[in-house]
Design a protein around this ligand. Structure first.
Ligand code: 13P
Ligand code: SF4
Length: 330
């Protein structure tokens, strides 16, 4: 019996997602995932847990076991509203820390503690102190891709989805926007606000070049190119539009281009393709090694053993939370 004709109450978790997953992964691979998908569904109920998954998760996580998916902004908002006792954050460390800050009574688990981020690694509190000393009175806008300590030393956070709104809300001519030099340059171009930044970069998006986009256009006439704002400004300028991962997804769903190329992490295209079989995805991509630490077996182990629980230093929690909440209030 195919899953579509099977009564829903008798279908297993893996059977329910099989048709969608088979659009983007081979049947032989699906067979190796089914046991973990079913075990994770059972464990979520036993552990009163929900899985929040970033858009860069592989399809078997994104479509197979996630309860809530989205960009960094959506995951922060959703984490705040979770009622279950445990949040498993299928993403990277700063996302789990943000969830813990926004919903401190919950147990927050990160399946692999090595899931870092080149942007979060690029900046320390001492760097912010140097910038503040050099530019007294200039507000510090910090990308969420940072540690709780760096957030605590900042005035307000932003994500790629709301950076323009955050900068404009401050009503100032100059801001310190850290740590992504490319996001800062891209936002400066959109707002007209002078942006002082820091030499951080996303190791995934900084690899793309305008030449990549030229080649894609040559090979796929008529393709619509969407670039993440963590890409260098010349890459964003060569694209048709730019936005956060959620904004890219919304663009595809709303505009249904015949062919689209997403200049971002690899799994985005797979996840959008599974939901939009009528849109042809051109797949230039760079893998994020940190996001890819999340696997079904790591998530299963996390639920089985309670590893790895994320805590935030209580001395940092209040100021870090204030910087995130100022952003969410906008
Ligand atoms: P968004 O999903 O917020 O666009 O962020 C992309 C990213 O690189 C997260 O690490
Ligand atoms: Fe960090 Fe870039 Fe990976 Fe996102 S994609 S977690 S910004 S290294």
């Amino acid at each position: 019996m195919s899953v579509t004709s099977m009564p829903l109450e008798t279908a297993s978790a893996s059977e329910l997602v099989k048709d969608r997953l088979l659009r983007v992964i081979p049947a032989v691979e699906f067979a190796t995932f089914a046991d973990d998908i079913d075990a994770i569904a059972r464990l979520k109920t036993e552990q009163d847990a929900v899985i929040l998954a970033h858009n860069y998760m592989t399809p078997e996580i994104f479509h197979g076991v996630a309860d809530i998916v989205g960009d960094s902004l959506a995951l922060a908002r959703e984490a705040q509203a979770v009622e279950a006792g445990t949040i498993v954050l299928a993403g990277v460390h700063f996302m789990a820390e943000t969830a813990k800050l926004l919903n401190p009574a919950k147990r927050v688990l990160l399946p692999d503690l090595r899931s870092g981020c080149s942007l979060a690694e690029s900046i320390t509190v001492a760097d912010i102190e140097v910038l503040r000393a050099k530019h007294p009175g200039v507000p510090v806008v910090t990308y969420v891709n940072t540690s709780a300590a760096v957030k605590a030393a900042s005035d307000i956070c932003c994500t790629s989805g709301n950076a323009v709104a955050v900068i404009e809300s401050l009503g100032v001519d100059r801001v310190i926007m850290i740590p992504d030099q490319y996001l800062a340059a891209n936002i400066a171009a959109q707002t007209g606000v002078e942006v002082i930044t820091h030499p951080g970069a996303c190791e995934v998006h900084e690899k793309f070049t305008p030449g990549d986009i030229e080649q894609i256009r040559e090979d796929h006439p008529g393709v619509v190119v969407l670039a993440h704002p963590e890409c260098p400004p010349e890459v964003v300028a060569a694209a048709d539009s730019s936005g956060s991962t959620a904004q890219m997804n919304a663009f595809v769903v709303d505009n249904r281009p015949a062919k689209v190329a997403l200049i971002t992490e690899c799994s985005m295209s797979d996840n959008i393709a599974a939901n939009n079989p009528d849109v042809e995805m051109v797949r230039p991509c760079n893998l994020c090694p940190h996001m890819k630490r999340n696997t079904l077996s790591a998530i299963r182990r996390s639920l089985e053993t309670g590893s790895h629980e994320v805590h935030v230093d209580p001395a940092l929690a209040q100021p870090a939370r204030r910087a995130i909440e100022r952003m969410l209030e906008l």
